[in-house]
Design a protein around this ligand. Structure first.
Ligand code: TYM
Length: 329
């Protein structure tokens, strides 16, 4: 029996190089060997206020990016979370068994909620919905970037609570899969902050659909330091280490070999080469994205077909849990 892989991206704004290197590029490799479900976390998107037209565009354009990156709807199930209502129902049941103390420890909530009292209840319960996303498909493996680690641990803890309550191994514990040199790509403007869709500085990230000129400009303007040459010192030169990690993730060349190639040269040459490597990688994705966005009906059809397949699996798990809890199904 093939194992099940599940992962997703929040459907807000534009997907960036961190999403690609930390998550999507790993998903591509898994499509042949596993039963894969890759969804768009649109319910997670509304944990902060969204303009409806922008949300709709984000859902469809993120689907286009999945396909343009090589996620193949013939091999993987692609769907928006909001089309499979069992995620929300299971999340409610999980809400009722998850101690508030566990959620208070979540660093993402602390980072995102400037004022905890005015943040939405949804933002606080965000990791519970994420646990439902994973466990409803009884996923074996969840490939994500580093920043999701704490949420994945919570999903395992919730699975344990349910199994103990129901005195049954309903859920296997999902394994986080956080691998490679690009599990945490940092902002191009600040090596202490991760590259993020929500960063107000557009120059802090490379969007997957940025044009070659924009990519070149962003890399040229990426923060560096006053130290001569290229060296890999994440503690003291975090911005340079980040650029080396991006170079390494895109080419498969180790950081040692990258340093050996550039250490005696001028830094601008390293940056120019890096920009070219990124452009070569993203150009085909951008042009395929543009082609797909010409026909959004086709994209919506893919999402609906994916949701239908996902729903069959999800409903089975939900019924199992409802029965265990004493609901009449
Ligand atoms: P999101 O949309 O923030 O990120 C999507 C994926 O991209 C990874 N990622 C990064 N990897 C490396 N460097 C970065 N700077 C970087 N930024 C983002 C994330 O780790 C993630 O793998 N909560 C999730 C979406 C979600 C989900 C799930 C994921 C909802 N339910 C269930 C897995 C399983 C999120 O907001 O990802």
């Amino acid at each position: 029996m093939k194992k099940t892989v599940l992962s997703g991206v929040q459907a807000t704004g534009s997907l960036h190089l961190g999403n690609y290197l930390g998550a999507i590029s790993n998903w591509l490799k898994m499509q042949e060997d596993y039963n894969c479900l890759f969804f768009l976390a649109d319910l997670h998107a509304i944990t902060v206020d969204q303009n409806p037209a922008d949300l709709k565009h984000s859902i469809i354009s993120s689907a286009a990016i999945y396909l343009a990156s090589g996620i193949d709807p013939k091999k993987s199930i692609i769907f928006p979370q909001s089309m499979v209502s069992a995620h929300s129902e299971l999340a409610w049941i999980f809400n009722c068994v998850t101690p508030i103390g566990w959620l208070k420890r979540m660093t993402q909530f602390k980072d995102k909620a400037a004022n905890a009292d005015s943040a939405s209840l949804g933002l606080f319960a965000y990791p519970v919905l994420m646990a439902a996303d994973i466990l409803i498909y009884k996923a074996d493996l969840v490939p994500t970037g580093e920043d999701q680690k704490q949420h994945l641990e919570l999903a395992r803890d919730i699975a344990g609570v349910i199994n103990r309550k129901c005195q049954n191994e309903i859920f296997k514990l999902p394994e986080p899969l956080i691998t490679g040199v690009a599990t945490r790509i940092m902002s191009l403007k600040d090596g202490s902050k991760k590259m993020s869709k929500s960063d107000a500085q557009e120059n802090s990230r490379i969007n997957l659909i940025d044009s070659p000129d924009v990519i070149l400009e962003k890399i040229k303007k990426a923060k560096t330091d006053n130290i001569q040459g290229v060296s890999y010192e994440p503690e003291t030169r975090p911005e340079i280490a980040n650029l080396i990690n991006i170079y390494s993730a895109l080419t498969g060349i180790s950081s040692e070999d990258i340093i050996a190639k550039y250490d005696s040269g001028v830094f601008s040459k390293f940056k120019m080469d890096l920009a070219e490597i990124i452009i070569d990688k993203l150009n085909p994705i951008r042009s395929e994205y543009e082609r797909l966005m010409q026909n959004t009906d086709y994209l919506v059809d893919i999402l609906k077909a994916g949701a239908e397949r996902a729903e069959k699996i999800a409903t089975k798990t939900l019924d199992e849990i409802k029965t265990s809890f004493g609901f009449v199904v």
